[in-house]
Design a protein around this ligand. Structure first.
Ligand SMILES: C[S@@+](CC[C@H](N)C(=O)[O-])C[C@H]1O[C@@H](n2cnc3c(N)ncnc32)[C@H](O)[C@@H]1O
Length: 228
């Protein structure tokens, strides 16, 4: 089973055009093993079958990595910081931390045992840049260059609740299924959607996208809106 999981993961990584080291592939598999091991205790995910966990969680999160890489290259920060809001079992935060070791990743969740699981994963996977925070996102201040979420809340609530955590030139990365037209329409005028990016998840026949947003006062707002 482990051999098949590795093969499917490696095929997915290739299909996404990612180049990961053997250590990173090992870390991804070890993370999935931790999720499986602690799921019953920490109640991390409803997905239990290993093959399904690979496609629905790991590959689904990995599909956002090339887009995040591109965004970080554009920001050219020396020590970029990402906040993953409502991270639960670490999706996509832990996957981002594994694939992008230059990125400091903070996974916040209101449930203490989920934040504790992230701390445990950081130690087990030897990821010094990964941190679990037990808090409501509304109580956090930044600055974070990227604030991400997956299966968390409406775009409006996500951006409102995490606004204080965003760096002045930071961006929101919301992972969504089908394009959420109603949520886009409900966004306040102060939030600019500068790119909606479709994603293809290897092995998953489902619609996925990233909604990229930033505060309207962003200095590059006009230029980026024209590009979107
Ligand atoms: C549906 S889960 C998604 C978990 C993970 N992102 C995923 O994709 O599997 C949503 C998570 O958000 C957390 N949460 C809800 N409200 C929150 C808040 N205000 N601040 C931080 N976390 C919150 C919940 O405890 C839960 O773990």
């Amino acid at each position: 089973m482990t051999g098949a999981l590795r093969q499917n993961l490696e095929a997915g990584v290739r299909a996404l055009g990612l180049s990961l080291t053997e250590t990173q592939v090992d870390q991804l598999l070890a993370f999935q093993a931790l999720l499986q091991k602690w799921n019953r205790v920490y109640n991390l995910t409803a997905v239990r079958e290993p093959g399904e966990m690979l496609t629905h969680h790991l590959l689904d999160s990995l599909a956002a990595v090339p887009a995040l890489q591109r965004e970080l290259a554009g920001q050219s920060r020396e020590a970029p910081r990402l906040l993953d809001v409502g991270s639960g079992g670490g999706l996509p935060g832990v996957v981002f931390a594994i694939c992008l070791p230059q990125l400091a990743v903070y996974c916040v969740d209101t449930v203490a045992k989920k934040a504790a699981f992230i701390q445990q994963a950081a130690a087990a996977l030897r990821l010094p840049g990964l941190h679990g925070i037990h808090a409501r996102v509304e109580s956090l201040v930044g600055p974070f260059d990227v604030v991400s979420s997956r299966a968390f809340a409406s775009l409006k609530d996500f951006t409102q609740w995490s606004h204080a955590a965003l760096a002045p030139q930071g961006v929101w990365l919301a992972m969504k299924g089908k394009l959420p037209q109603d949520e886009l329409a409900a966004l306040p005028a102060g939030v600019e959607v500068f790119h909606v990016e479709p994603l293809i998840v290897p092995g998953l026949d489902a619609e996925r996208c990233i909604v990229w947003m930033r505060p309207h006062s962003h200095p590059n707002g006009a230029a980026a809106a024209a590009l979107a």
